[in-house]
Design a protein around this ligand. Structure first.
Ligand SMILES: [Fe+2]
Length: 383
């Protein structure tokens, strides 16, 4: 029987610095001792056991070693494929007509980072994506088109480009397109997290579309004005607002850029929050929008949450310090790109650029495992 080397250890060895390499046999170990040990490993393998000292370096690393790779999907390259999918299969037949964005380091796993799923969904005029619910939390970030809707628990919201829309865990939701143009949005879900806990439930509603109980766009009006009904009890793990319109976000960034000091690493950046308690808008996923004024070069930054970006306006570059050398991702509106966990990077903007991003930071901070490093500063966290 061959030597037992777990997949994770092999991966770590591939990228390991000298201090991270697993020490399987010291120089003092004789060939005879090595053979005896290997026989022992083979014996315990029959009992589904493995020696920790052989896998420890890959299991508990000195710092994060991401399996994800930096990657950018140019919208101009992927849009034809998304539209082709619309010719090949209906939204009804596909249930969800989505092209999954698979990280090149995680192919076959339907993951854009180890903990998150992302895909590009197409709804053509007149189509409906059937009502259903699942334990996974989902976000929609609207990339192309205006006027389609998402309905969540009895309320419709009309979606415009740049809007950030939530479907909370276990809430009924359906999508439809009453406009005269295709709608493409990025789905972001915590499916890999839900699946690692083995807690996935899902079901379809008998009807394609759910019954509506409130007027369209009711939630932002209701919850964004610093008032709540007396005795209101919020039991959801999500923000009660499920559409954060781009127009309002853009205006906020513009005003902040004028009156606030720019952060060296992020320039002007906001996080979407639950107005009831100031937490992230979603229980596991943190979402952000940032403005990089023209000609900006940010200070290098890294954090333990792998980030998925989609620029809304402007163009620029993100330069990442990947293990194999610097990687430059040159982005424009509607592209999608990934920055893996703990990979130092900085942004450069050609014109005023606005970028949406999301990550699993909400979950990491709840678990007390999130860290960040600004420039050459100390590693900070957990927060
Ligand atoms: Fe869904």
């Amino acid at each position: 029987m061959g030597k037992i080397v777990c997949r994770q250890t092999a991966r770590i060895q591939e990228h390991a610095t000298p201090t991270q390499k697993p020490v399987m046999n010291s120089p003092q170990t004789s060939r005879a001792e090595q053979e005896v040990r290997q026989d022992f490993y083979n014996t315990i393998d029959q009992q589904s056991m493995t020696p920790l000292w052989e896998v420890l370096a890959g299991l508990v690393t000195r710092e994060p070693v991401s399996q994800a790779r930096p990657h950018l999907w140019k919208f101009d390259d992927v849009r034809p494929h998304v539209m082709k999918a619309g010719e090949l299969i209906t939204a009804k037949e596909a249930e969800r007509r989505v092209l999954v964005l698979e990280n090149p380091g995680l192919r076959g796993d339907s993951r854009i980072t180890p903990s998150l799923y992302a895909g590009l969904q197409l709804i053509l005029p007149g189509e409906v994506a059937r009502a259903h619910r699942h334990t996974a939390s989902a976000l929609r970030f609207i990339i192309e088109g205006n006027g389609a809707y998402t309905a969540v628990d009895g309320e419709k919201t009309i979606m415009e480009e740049g809007d950030f829309v939530i479907t909370p865990p276990w809430s009924w939701h359906d999508h439809g397109n009453d406009s005269d143009q295709p709608m493409i949005w990025m789905d972001g879900l915590d499916v890999p997290m839900v699946n690692i806990f083995e807690t996935s439930f899902a079901e379809n509603l008998a009807e394609d579309e759910q019954q509506l109980s409130r007027p369209a766009n009711y939630s932002p009006d209701h919850y964004s004005h610093n008032m709540l009904p007396v005795g209101y009890e919020h039991t959801r793990k999500c923000s009660p607002i499920f559409n954060y319109p781009y127009a309002r976000t853009r205006e906020t960034l513009e005003r902040m850029a004028k009156y606030e000091e720019w952060d060296p690493c992020h320039c002007v950046k906001v996080q979407y929050t639950n107005p009831l308690d100031g937490s992230y808008a979603m229980p596991t996923i943190a979402t952000f929008m940032q403005l990089l004024p023209k000609g900006m070069t940010t200070t290098p930054y890294r954090s333990t949450d792998g980030m998925i970006y989609s620029p809304v306006e402007g163009a620029g570059r993100t330069i990442l310090r990947a293990p194999e050398g610097d990687v430059t991702l040159t982005w424009g509106p509607k592209d999608v790109f990934v920055i893996p966990s703990w990979m130092a990077h900085h942004h450069e903007s050609d014109g005023d650029a606005v970028l949406f991003s999301f990550s699993d930071r909400a979950a990491q901070r709840k678990l007390g495992i999130w860290r960040e490093q600004r420039g050459n500063g100390p590693v900070a966290g957990p927060h």
